[in-house]
Design a protein around this ligand. Structure first.
Ligand SMILES: [Zn+2]
Length: 527
């Protein structure tokens, strides 16, 4: 494996020329003014955005508001550049639905990003959740540029040694193919004629490895890009999608890059390593970073002022983007209404964030997991002793807080499914819990539970207040994916009898896991 890969890379180095792209955004020079050697420019930074519409009952987020912010910044200074630091094609409820004969798979995001005027993106891990053809379609649809500093596409070719070779991704627009570059240069000019060349390097996390992509070492490739840009630009800036410790390492490696605009963590943060600033905004456009630069060409020195701007209902919607968002939410609401008649109804209010982040639901019991499994238990026809679900079915990768709408529950479990009931013997149940809470730690098969916990001191599973009895039979509610989709636990469950909801019975809330949870939360709200 190792040998064939390095051979692959060796063969490739002959094929690849260093690719770069130059973009110009210049303010026309006014005839009377004189070049003062000082130029100002602005970056608007988003990262990890999957939702086009506002969240928390309309209070926060929303791409139409971001579009307004961008317009305001551009009005202040035409030399404003809009970047998205990775993770936008997946996951989302809109993206998981079928429309015009195909799964949407990020098409809605690209359409909205085009309308917002996004200039440049870097690949995040979620861009590779979609199939190769889907990613290609999204790249082709995009009006913005992509930065592929350490990302290469695997092409199959039986005439080549090893049967495959690596190339940069390409996007095709109006029949013209364009290589996704390793570096990007933004050339600007201000009103008095001061010009500046800003180089941008990228780095993408090696986390999601579908067969069609290879990640090169991010530090080595970003450094190579830096050396390339250093000679032909005035200033080099980074656009990354890495874990924070990787950003910190990159900052230490490239001390003359003043800013790494990053993503992946989903919550806002700002770090400083020497003179390098690392910034990440909150996921789903709950906030955006604005970076104001002032560059003095005579001294080669710059000033940087960064501010996290919360995106809330205090910012007006941009009408063009709002119309597109409404179009997609309209399509979505029509689909959802076939399962639940009022998708925008507020069903619950929570002061505490309900945790549906991947990093949480695959490693620990969360309050959201508890709420969902309690919802399954409440939907059951016979009183259950406990309820379990695989944490990986929770696809929100975010937290729910404030006014929670029915649609938020659909966003949390976009793939749906049913609630099933089973009788499971104590010994078998202990085995399932052992697999789901220990062996599957960190994976999609990790269990979220209702009415069960591990007593670590006594090393026993507690069902409610009582220790699990190996000889007792327990009545359990599950999500059907646990039975049909999970390999390890599914194999065990498939030997047992299941009680499923009957078709067409609308009073049976087990017919859809989302309906079960929504109805349960509505009951909680009332009480
Ligand atoms: Zn990510």
């Amino acid at each position: 494996m190792q040998i064939s890969f390095s051979r692959l890379m060796l063969g490739l180095s002959l094929l690849l020329l260093f690719s770069c792209k130059v973009s110009q955004k210049t303010t026309p020079k006014t005839t009377l003014s004189k070049d003062d050697g000082v130029i100002e420019f602005t970056f608007l930074q988003l990262n990890d955005v999957y939702e086009i519409a506002p969240l928390e009952g309309g209070k926060v987020g929303g791409m139409a508001r971001v579009a307004t912010l961008y317009k305001q910044l551009k009005k202040e200074n035409p030399n404003t550049f809009f970047v998205l630091a990775g993770d936008f094609l997946n996951p989302s409820l809109v993206g998981s639905m079928r429309h015009e004969g195909k799964r949407v798979k990020g098409r809605q995001m690209v359409e909205i990003m085009n309308a917002c005027g996004v200039d440049l993106v870097v690949y995040g891990n979620h861009e590779f959740d979609v199939k190769e053809q889907e990613l290609q379609e999204r790249m082709n649809e995009s009006d913005f540029d992509w930065l592929g500093t350490n990302v290469l596409q695997v092409k199959k070719d039986s005439t080549v040694v090893g049967g495959k070779y690596l190339v940069p991704f390409q996007k095709e627009k109006n029949g013209i193919k364009e290589v996704i570059p390793e570096t990007f240069t933004w050339q600007i000019q201000d009103a008095d004629g001061t010009t500046l060349k800003i180089g941008i390097l990228g780095a993408s996390i090696d986390k999601n490895n579908p067969v069609y992509v290879v990640f090169q070492d991010y530090k080595a490739e970003a450094t190579k890009a830096y050396l390339e840009l250093q000679n032909k630009t005035d200033l080099v800036i980074g656009l990354t999608h890495l874990e924070i410790n990787q950003d910190l390492a990159l900052a230490a490696q490239l001390p003359n890059v003043p800013l790494l605009m990053g993503g992946h963590e989903h919550h806002h943060l700002q770090y400083k390593v020497g003179n390098v600033s690392i910034t990440k905004a909150d996921a789903n456009a709950k906030s955006a970073y604005v970076h104001w630069f002032k560059f003095d060409k005579k001294t080669g020195k710059h000033q940087l002022d960064s501010k996290l701007v919360e995106i809330t209902d205090q910012i007006a919607d941009d009408p063009t983007v709002k119309a597109l968002v409404d179009k997609w939410t309209g399509i979505l609401n029509d689909k959802l209404a076939t399962v639940y008649p009022t998708p925008n109804e507020v069903i619950f209010e929570s002061n505490k964030p309900l945790d549906g982040r991947d990093v949480s639901v695959r490693t620990q019991p969360t309050n959201l997991g508890k709420l969902f499994t309690a919802g399954f238990a409440a939907a059951a026809k016979k009183k259950v002793d406990l309820a379990i679900m695989n944490g990986g079915s929770i696809r929100l990768d975010d937290q729910l807080v404030g006014k929670i709408q029915a649609i938020d529950i659909f966003r949390t479990m976009p793939f749906g499914g049913q609630v099933w009931e089973m009788d499971i013997k104590g010994t078998t149940l202990a085995n399932i819990l052992q697999i789901g809470l220990n062996d599957q730690y960190g994976k999609g098969g990790y269990l979220q539970t209702h009415n069960v916990r591990l007593d670590r001191e006594n090393k026993t599973w507690m069902i409610g207040e009582k220790a699990l009895n190996p000889n007792q039979t327990y009545h359990v509610a599950i999500n059907d994916y646990l039975y049909t989709g999970s390999r390890s636990i599914g194999q065990i469950l498939q030997k047992l009898a299941v009680d499923k909801p009957s078709k067409g019975d609308l009073s049976d809330h087990r017919r859809d896991v989302r309906v079960a949870v929504i109805e349960y939360m509505k009951q909680l709200k009332k009480s």
